[in-house]
Each structure stands twice: as structure tokens, then as C-alpha cells.
Design a protein around this ligand. Structure first.
Ligand SMILES: Nc1ncnc2c1ncn2[C@@H]1O[C@H](COP(=O)(O)OP(=O)(O)OP(=O)(O)O)[C@@H](O)[C@H]1O
Length: 598
């Protein structure tokens, strides 16, 4: 399994790296800092009110309630109004804090989602070879969503710190000595937080790793459903699913158990210990002086104010960790430099005639295994050059290099005698029409799939292209004709129909060069005849590079290149190659025999 494929949960991210991720993510939220700071300021106001309330109530209790006949109706109403105002302000501050924070986080997430999506579309095929599509969908969607928890953790943490400071200041105004005594619990709080974080993070990582395995298993079983059914693999998949599902359940169970049995009791025990200290201290004090109930009330309320948000911040450790890992992966994509091959800086040449020349081209996907070796050929404008050879001989790789999907390492590819890197990429995409074995259909309708959302292409041009390739007949029979709905992937259309639509898609741009990769591999004989007819028309006045396993389809090619392990081992016309009685001859004879026997 490649590095990019392995679960990031299998190992912990080094501390230095975690800090880098945190700093970068905080920086990425900078455009929304006003809202984040607004939320923080409101949080601070909330903490202030939270600190003031117990002090006011304590004063009311000590001054009025503990003295017989000192409370009047006016005092009662005044305090009731004061407490009500504080409570309502607290509720408003709480709501505004949540609102501003959520809005800021959503804006920041949307921004990051756009950045990741845009970045993906600058990356080259090599990147997509290494990272499965499913995992990229998770990257763009789920990972960015997890960042919300990452920011929530920081907000909560700041809130806890502010609440703690507020509570300690409030306690100081009640009793300096008791407050100093309360400082004893601080190292215990910090120690427990660190201990819990370590423990819970290892359980959480384990759980996430199991979840990755479970997701991979589900994805595999759905992607391969046809082969699973065909080869009667259901039982094997049921068993292996039960195994990974059981492992995930156990890992989750351990985590839930730790949260339930450890987190709450731990915080409760700390709170209990702090309470004992308070009661012990004031107990001792009461031996020499009167201790007001209001003081006890204020202290116990302040302790609650410290410990309740502490529990919620500890509860956010796992989501924070998830956010951190998501951030790590997102930054990984944003920093990835597996870009699509670059054109020269001032590349502005165009393709006018369609001459193609490969000169001593060497090509490798990974820089280690050489796939094409010293490839040389010339296709003059209007020529058809066919690439034939055994599977894995390098036919598609030749096209990958020509289409600039992958960078070639040495030699030259010239189009109309210009270095291919000097031709604007837009011109390459427009003037070179590529037809793949299994063309992809986009969600929309037939018309949008032919014009590929290029508004400069008119309805008449779309229809003319469809008529030219012979697709008009079946399109006209569809309900809605050119506006017939197309699902993503093109389910509901036969292989031949998809092929014809992709011909129209290629031809509507009137390309100078046509590239056909196994264009007739998936269809029946009748459709093949139709396809061959349209291909013949499409090839007129266009340079064509065609890959074909069925040699009968490229007999009329001007040049046939026989590839073997990335090298041209034979070249010439059909007749010349038959006379040579080499590899082509063998392949052709084999196909002739196979066809006859069919
Ligand atoms: N994306 C890729 N990354 C790494 N290696 C690749 C990639 N695509 C193809 N290869 C390797 O390059 C070699 C040539 O493959 P290529 O697809 O060009 O062969 P082909 O002649 O088109 O085969 P086929 O007729 O089966 O399509 C093979 O050994 C293959 O494993």
C-alpha cells in the first residue's frame, strides 16, 4: 500500500507537525477573524456575568437574608430584577457567542472546501493514480466538516480559561485565603487533563483506524458488487465485514466506556476534592468567626463554574484530534506538488495543421520504471497512425504523454513542428479530440454532454455533430431528444450509445487531431459497423492516432506501429507488416483464426 493510501490513524502525528497544522489552520481562518474575535468577546462578557452573579447573590444572602427583618419588598424586587437581567444577558451572550462562532466556522469551512477542490483540479493524473476517488471525496467533504470541531475546541478552551479566571477573581473578592487554597487543585486539573488526553487519544486513534478499515471494506464490497455476485463471494465478504465491524465495535466500546467511566467520575472527583477543601477551610474558620452561607454559596457556585465547562472541553478532545488529523490531511493536499504537466511560461502556439512527431521520447510514470523507450514516429496532417501491441506494451501511455496527462522525461513531442510545451494547453484540449474506451457521462442532458458546457457551441452545432457521427437517430428516439436526462456515469445508455455521444463530443469542437483509444472495444457487430462508418468520416482531413486491438479496424492506417515493452519493434503499412511476417503478422493471423472460429 502506498504512503498516500495508508491510514493516517495508524501513527500519531509528531508534536511539531501538530503545532504547524494548528498554526496554519488558525491562519486560514484569518479572513473571518472579526467574527471569531466577536464570538470571543461575547464569550468574555458571558464569563464576566457568570463571575458576577454568585457574588451578587452571596451579598444578598449575607446582607439581607441572614439578618432578621432587614429585607424589604423593594430590596427583594431590586435583587430579583438584577438577577433576572444578569441571567437574560447571560442567555443572550451565550446565544450570540454560539451564533457568531458557528457562522465564522461555516464561512471558514466553505473557504477551505473551495481551496481543496480548486487545488485538486490543478493536480495531475499521477496524484489521482495514488489516491482513490472515495478517499478524496472524504477529504473535500468530511475532513473540512471535522475542522468545525477543531475550532469549537479552541473556543471552548478559551471559554474554560476565561471562566476559570472569572471564577478565581470572583472567589478572590469573597476570600483571598480560600482562593489561594483553591490553587492547590489547579495542578491536579492540569494533570488530569493531560492524562485523560493521552489515554483518550490513543483509544480514539485506534477507533478511527478501525473505522478506516470498515469504510474500505464497505467501499470495496460496493465497487466490486458485480464481481462479488458473479463469483459468489457474498459469504466471504459477510465474514470479513463481520470481522472488521466487530473490531470497530470493540474499539468504539472501549472509547465509550472510557468516556463514561473515566471522564465524568474524574471531573466529579476533582470537584468533590475542591468542595471538601472549601468546606474544611470554612469549617476551621467558623471556629473563630461567623461564616456566612452566602460565602459558601458563592464558592461552591464558582467551583461549578470551573468544572462544568472543563468536562465539555475534555469531551471535545476526540473531535479535536479528528479535526487535527483532518487538518493534517487537508494541508497535505494543499501542499501536494504532483501537478499536471506544465506548459512553458509563454506557451501560446496553436495547432493548425495537425502534424505530430515523437522524437526519441522516453516516458515513465514514477521516474523509475521506463514505460516508453526512444519512441520515434511522425504523423503527417490527415494521416492515421495506429498503435498496436500486446497488453501493457505502452499504447495508452503514448496517448497519455501526447495529451499532456503525464510528463515525459526526455526527447521531443512536436505538433506542427512546435514543442508541445509551447502550445497553450487550451489549444491542446480543443484541437485534440480524445475518445476513450469507456467515455464518462456527466449529470445533465445529451446536449450538455456533447457541448460539455461550452456555451459558444450552438444547438445546431450539437445536432450537426450528432448527425455526423450517426448518433442523431437514437437521440431523436429518446423522450426529450437532445434534452433527455443523463445520469452521472451514463447509466441507462448502452456502451455503443455512450461511444457515439463521445464521438459527437469530440467532433463538435472540430479538432485537428483525433485520438481513439480502443474506440470499438465494447460494442456488438452492428454497432461496430455504425461506429466504424462514423470513425471513417471523422478521420477525414484529421490526423488520427488510433489504438486498436482488433487489427481489422486499422488496416487502412498510413502507419502502423507495433509496440513491445515500450519500444517500436515493427512499423509500416498493413501490407508491409504482413510481408514482414513478424509480430504483427502473428497477431493478425491469430485474430483471423479467432474471428473465423467465431
Ligand atoms: N497510471 C499508471 N501508473 C503507473 N504505471 C502505469 C500506469 N498506467 C500504465 N502503467 C504501466 O505502464 C505499462 C504500459 O501500460 P499501457 O496502459 O500504456 O499499456 P497498453 O499497451 O495501453 O495496454 P492495454 O492494451 O492493456 O491497454 C504497463 O506496464 C502498466 O502497468
Amino acid at each position: 500500500m502506498s504512503e498516500k493510501n495508508s491510514s493516517v490513524w495508524a501513527k500519531s502525528i509528531p508534536i511539531k507537525e501538530q503545532i504547524r497544522v494548528i498554526v496554519t489552520l488558525v491562519r486560514m481562518a484569518k479572513p473571518f477573524r472579526k467574527m471569531f474575535f466577536g464570538a470571543l468577546a461575547i464569550g468574555a462578557a458571558f464569563a464576566l456575568l457568570q463571575a458576577a452573579a454568585p457574588r451578587i447573590i452571596a451579598y444578598y444572602m449575607t446582607t439581607y437574608l441572614q439578618q432578621r427583618d432587614s429585607v424589604t419588598l423593594q430590596v427583594m424586587i431590586s435583587f430579583a430584577v438584577l438577577v433576572a437581567v444578569i441571567r437574560v444577558s447571560q442567555a443572550v451572550a451565550d446565544a450570540l457567542n454560539a451564533y457568531y462562532f458557528t457562522v465564522a466556522a461555516e464561512y471558514a469551512l466553505e473557504d477551505i472546501r473551495v481551496q481543496v477542490f480548486r487545488k485538486l483540479h490543478t493536480l495531475g493524473m499521477r496524484f489521482f493514480d495514488q489516491v482513490p476517488a472515495g478517499s478524496l471525496v472524504t477529504r473535500v467533504n468530511n475532513d473540512t466538516a471535522s475542522l468545525a470541531d477543531f475550532w469549537r475546541f479552541f473556543m471552548q478552551l478559551t471559554f474554560v480559561v476565561m471562566s476559570m479566571i472569572g471564577a478565581y477573581i470572583g472567589m478572590l473578592t469573597v476570600s483571598v485565603k480560600a482562593t489561594l487554597l483553591m490553587l492547590i487543585v489547579v495542578p491536579f486539573i492540569v494533570g488530569s487533563v493531560i492524562l485523560y488526553q493521552r489515554f483518550s487519544s490513543s483509544l480514539f486513534r485506534h477507533m478511527r483506524e478501525r473505522l478506516s478499515h470498515l469504510n474500505a471494506k464497505i467501499a470495496e464490497s460496493i465497487t466490486g458488487i458485480d464481481v462479488i455476485q458473479e463469483f459468489y463471494q457474498e459469504d466471504r465478504f459477510k465474514k470479513s465485514f463481520a470481522k472488521v465491524n466487530g473490531e470497530y465495535f470493540n474499539a468504539r466500546f472501549r472509547m465509550v466506556k472510557a468516556d463514561a467511566l473515566l471522564l465524568e467520575p474524574m471531573v466529579d472527583m476533582l470537584l468533590g476534592a475542591a468542595m471538601v477543601l472549601v468546606f474544611w477551610y470554612f469549617g476551621v474558620m467558623s471556629m473563630s468567626t461567623v461564616v456566612s452561607a452566602g460565602v459558601i454559596y458563592a464558592f461552591t457556585t464558582y467551583l461549578n463554574n470551573i468544572f462544568s465547562p472543563l468536562e465539555s472541553v475534555m469531551n471535545l478532545f476526540s473531535p479535536f484530534q479528528e479535526g487535527l488529523v483532518s487538518g493534517y490531511r487537508i494541508l497535505g493536499i494543499l501542499a501536494d506538488d504532483t501537478y499536471a504537466p506544465a506548459q512553458n511560461v509563454d506557451a501560446k502556439q496553436d495547432i493548425t495543421a495537425g502534424k505530430i512527431a515523437f522524437q526519441h521520447v522516453d516516458f515513465s510514470y514514477d521516474g523509475q520504471h521506463q514505460i516508453l523507450k526512444d519512441l520515434n514516429f511522425t504523423a503527417n496532417p490527415g494521416d492515421t497512425v495506429a498503435l498496436v501491441g500486446h497488453t501493457g506494451s505502452g499504447k495508452s501511455s503514448t496517448i497519455n504523454a501526447l495529451m499532456r496527462f503525464y510528463e515525459f522525461q526526455s526527447g521531443n513531442i512536436l505538433i506542427d513542428d512546435h514543442d508541445i510545451r509551447d502550445i497553450a494547453l487550451k489549444n491542446i484540449r480543443q484541437k485534440m479530440g480524445l475518445v476513450l474506451q469507456d467515455p464518462f457521462m456527466f449529470f445533465g442532458d445529451i446536449s450538455s454532454n456533447i457541448r460539455m458546457y461550452d456555451d459558444t457551441i450552438t444547438d445546431e452545432q450539437v445536432k450537426a455533430a450528432a448527425e455526423f457521427v450517426g448518433a442523431d437517430k437514437f437521440i431523436s428516439a429518446l423522450p426529450g431528444n437532445y434534452h433527455a436526462k443523463v445520469q452521472e456515469g451514463g447509466s441507462g445508455f448502452s456502451a455503443g450509445e455512450k461511444q457515439l455521444i463521445s464521438f459527437a463530443r469530440a467532433i463538435v469542437r472540430d479538432p485537428k487531431i483525433l485520438i481513439l483509444d480502443e474506440a470499438t472495444a465494447n460494442v456488438d457487430t452492428e454497432t461496430e459497423a455504425l461506429i466504424q462508418k462514423s470513425l471513417l468520416k471523422m478521420r477525414q482531413n484529421r490526423t488520427t492516432i488510433a489504438i486498436a486491438h482488433r487489427l481489422s479496424t486499422i488496416k487502412d492506417a498510413d502507419l502502423i506501429l507495433v509496440l513491445d515493452k515500450g519500444e517500436v519493434v515493427e512499423h509500416g503499412t498493413h501490407e508491409e507488416l504482413l510481408q514482414l511476417q513478424g509480430q504483427y503478422y502473428d497477431l493478425y493471423r491469430l485474430q483471423g483464426i479467432t474471428n473465423d472460429s467465431n
